[in-house]
Design a protein around this ligand. Structure first.
Ligand code: FES
Length: 319
């Protein structure tokens, strides 16, 4: 079969094809396959790896557009997943600057990690006899997020980063902000929360791709949602994001139906929407917005049950 690899030599980008027999492909991990190609066909091929046991996070790459941890991915599984293809395309992670072949630049991402101050300031001095003792439940609340190995697979899949990375950080950065902000030993959750808000907390587009592709089963999307909950509880409600969340909930409570007219007006205000008449017109044309809904909307069937669920969720949240 052919293994196609996206190459970059610092000047030109090109795709290089490597012919391998199926016996050379089967029984290997994706990382072992890359090493095999480097050893037997092309010493100039560049990629990164270190631990070879899904710990260091160095070996994230894409196959046919989807991100994988190369040392933790069996070629046999890929052959099944892609239905015994004649070729597979291996590329560097998306949403990172490519330095060489499959090697990407982590510096900007590490800079973003620094922004959210991932180390906690303990509530109680360690010299205090009590120390920073945690209950099992408090450990469990943040345990999963400690599994993040910074492989970048979530960032590679992120649709928001692909659309515009100027006002957003990598999903794993929010996971580390969650882990620090929700640590019961932390004296100051705001230390992690405020820079998260300032760097795109409300910009996640809920595509769930980060959760889908994380090799450790972490959902950065859930972590982002929990940071938003914390922001709302702490009264940090400035901006369109919190207003949109409240407008969304109001629609659900009122009728169970999203009223696109009021959703936009309540989220961004009347003034901001006067410049978006063209968007409203296109939404109406596509049947996504009904101008008659300015007079209100009908309740969905079973709306009372939905309201009861919202009330139950509120009560549980208070507890
Ligand atoms: S080489 Fe360390 S995680 Fe793959």
């Amino acid at each position: 079969m052919k293994i196609l690899i996206d190459r970059f030599n610092g000047v030109d980008k090109f795709v290089q094809a490597y012919d391998l027999s199926i016996d050379e492909v089967k029984g290997k991990t994706l990382l072992a396959l890359l090493q095999h190609i480097k050893r037997t066909q092309d010493i100039s091929l560049n990629f990164t790896s270190a631990c070879r046991m899904a710990i260091c996070g160095a070996c994230g790459v894409r196959v046919n557009g989807h991100s994988y941890l190369a040392c933790d991915t069996k070629m046999d599984d890929l052959l099944i997943e892609y239905d015994n293809p004649e070729s597979l395309k291996i590329s560097p992670l998306a949403n990172f600057k490519v330095l060489s072949d499959l090697v990407v630049d982590w510096e900007p991402s590490i800079e973003n990690l620094r922004k959210i101050k991932p180390t906690i300031t303990p509530k109680e001095a360690f010299s205090d006899k009590k120390g920073c003792v945690q209950t099992q439940a408090e450990v469990d609340a943040i345990k999963k997020q400690w599994d993040c190995i910074l492989c970048g697979c979530c960032a590679s899949e992120c649709n928001k980063l692909e659309a515009d990375s100027s006002d957003y950080m990598e999903p794993f950065v929010f996971t580390h902000a969650f882990r620090a902000a929700y640590d019961s030993r932390s004296k100051d959750a705001l230390k992690h929360l405020k820079p998260s808000i300032a760097n795109g907390l409300w910009m996640c587009v809920h595509c769930q791709e980060c959760a889908d592709r994380c090799p450790k089963g972490i959902s950065a999307a859930d972590d982002i949602a929990m940071l938003r909950v914390m922001a709302m509880k702490k009264g940090l409600k400035d901006g369109t994001g919190p207003a949109h969340a409240e407008a969304f909930l109001k629609d659900l409570e009122d009728t169970g139906r999203l009223n696109e007219i009021y959703l936009a007006l309540r989220s961004e205000g009347v003034l901001a929407n006067t410049t978006k008449i063209d968007i409203a017109y296109n939404l109406m044309k596509a049947g996504k917005m009904n101008p008659l809904h300015i007079f209100g909307d009908e309740e969905i069937e079973g709306h009372e049950d939905l309201v009861k669920m919202i009330e139950a969720a509120r009560a549980a949240n208070k507890e």
